[in-house]
Design a binder for this molecule. Structure first.
Ligand code: MF3
Ligand code: CO
Ligand code: CO
Length: 280
């Protein structure tokens, strides 16, 4: 299909869809604590997306080739689950780490973002994995500008994660996004500087590194969706949807309660952080 360069009108619609995706996480955050089931979190998000935002939850019935339709409105991936965990009756417990991944469709356009949450009393290792993965996302974001390559993004993420002693999941990647949930290109979270497609103003894609505390190998659960670490080590993921601007990047899914970007990123005038009370 090739990478779609978005028009100004499409970019305006993506800004809205992406802000709304971030706001779903802002809304559900207070409910994410020990004792709540991931099914309840799904219901809270679904109701907010449909009834308050007037959006469509993109995961619900999403059925790429070779997959059964996804049965819920959000993804909840706990501990050794890497991604695409299906919400259910199991309650979160003290010490868990969980990723909530939200994708909404507004006016035909998709916004996609995810965050990690630590349920009190998690191990130092678990917290460090979440922190390093978040830093990897921001290091990747800082590479985004016209003329950079996708290999530049993958490289900084891989280097930082592996230097911390962690490993990068290779089977899943970031993606172009717009009218379609998953568009070209595939955005690898590993790579070699200067290789791969060149970024151009008007491209919109996600960066969403999945990083394992143990080995990189994955396996799939019989539910057809949930991906876990083969060695059952912990895994973390953070995701933003990004616009390539004339001189840098706009973090489209940044929102009021997103963890504040690292100080070095806030200071960089070519990283635009919208929708935030404390940052212009
Ligand atoms: N939101 C995921 C991503 O970042 C995709 C989830 S597909 C689903 O690409 F069907 F599992 F929801
Ligand atoms: Co995504
Ligand atoms: Co996502």
């Amino acid at each position: 299909m090739g990478i779609v360069i978005k028009t100004p009108e499409e970019i305006e619609k993506m800004r809205i869809a992406c802000r709304l995706a971030g706001e779903v996480l802002d809304h559900v955050e207070p409910y994410i604590k020990a004792g709540v089931s991931t099914g309840e979190l799904d219901r809270i998000c679904h109701d907010y997306i449909v009834n308050v935002q007037g959006c469509i939850p993109a995961p619900l019935n999403y059925a790429p080739q070779g997959y059964t339709p996804y049965p819920k409105s959000i993804c909840t991936s706990i501990n050794h689950q890497i991604c695409h965990g299906i919400p259910g009756d199991k309650a979160l417990k003290k010490g868990d780490i969980v990723n909530l991944d939200i994708t909404v469709i507004k006016d035909g356009f998709h916004g996609d973002t995810s965050r990690m949450y630590v349920i009190g009393g998690a191990s130092i290792q678990a917290k460090r994995l979440c922190q390093i993965t978040w830093e990897c996302l921001w290091l990747g974001i800082a590479q985004v500008r016209p003329g950079a390559t996708f290999g530049d993004i993958g490289h900084v993420i891989q280097k930082y994660a592996e230097e911390a002693g962690f490993s990068i999941v290779r089977e899943f990647c970031g993606h172009g996004i717009g009218r379609d949930f998953h568009e070209d290109p595939q955005v690898m979270h590993y790579g070699t500087p200067g290789t791969g497609e060149v970024l151009q103003e008007g491209m919109i894609f996600t960066i969403e590194p999945m990083i394992n505390a143990g080995k990189a190998a994955i396996s799939g659960l019989p539910d057809g969706w949930t991906i876990v670490t083969k060695d059952r080590s912990l895994s973390a993921q953070w995701e933003h949807t990004l616009l390539v601007t004339a001189d840098g990047v706009e973090v489209l899914t940044y929102s009021g309660k997103a963890p504040r970007a690292p100080d070095w990123a806030v200071k960089q005038s070519n990283i635009v952080l919208p929708n935030h009370p404390s940052i212009g």
